[in-house]
Write a protein of this length. Structure first.
Length: 171
């Protein structure tokens, strides 16, 4: 049979992930509450968007770096918005305006959740990028590392920093 101690050791990584005491991000709690409200009000568009978003979050939680903050969830929302924007372009090229309108409605719902998370503005990021370049950072990796260190605990999207740094280094 399987010794009891070996059984506990084998289950340790699973139990840490399933029974984590880390609090859920506030946006995740809001999404779950809004899902219930959408079910009650029978708002199918919002319901479909929130179910898809929760599925994305659950899939991301099974990775080595699960979403633990609202910024991680914002990154997932932005990724979902990009997929929907690509779908709109494909639907319009195929002449399916009805499906394009449905996707546009989904983007509106996603943007309402993305706007709830305050991040550092582009002007402040550009200023930090210019300081980093002035301090001697020569490639994009060095610039991102310096800028992310400058912001410390402030909510900043790494993708935004990378895009602004790329434009600034191209000049």
């Amino acid at each position: 049979m399987f010794p009891r101690a070996a059984f506990r050791i084998a289950l340790a990584p699973v139990s840490r992930r399933l029974f984590s005491s880390a609090p859920a991000p506030p946006l995740l709690a809001k999404i779950r509450a809004d899902l219930k409200d959408a079910m009650r009000s029978k708002d199918t568009n919002k319901l479909n968007v929130l179910r898809g978003l929760l599925a994305e979050i659950m899939n991301a939680s099974k990775t080595p770096t699960p979403p633990t903050t609202d910024l991680h969830i914002l990154a997932l929302i932005n990724k979902t918005k990009l997929k929907s924007a690509e779908s709109i372009a494909e639907f319009r090229s195929a002449g399916r305006e009805d499906l394009a309108e449905r996707e546009a409605g989904q983007i509106v719902v996603l943007e309402s959740y993305a706007s709830q998370i305050e991040t550092v503005g582009e002007a402040e990021i550009l200023e930090a990028v210019n300081r980093a370049i002035g301090a001697g950072a020569k490639n994009i990796g060095e610039v991102i590392k310096v800028v992310m260190g400058d912001f410390g605990g402030k909510p900043v999207m790494k993708g935004e920093v990378a895009g602004i740094a790329k434009k600034a280094l191209a000049k």
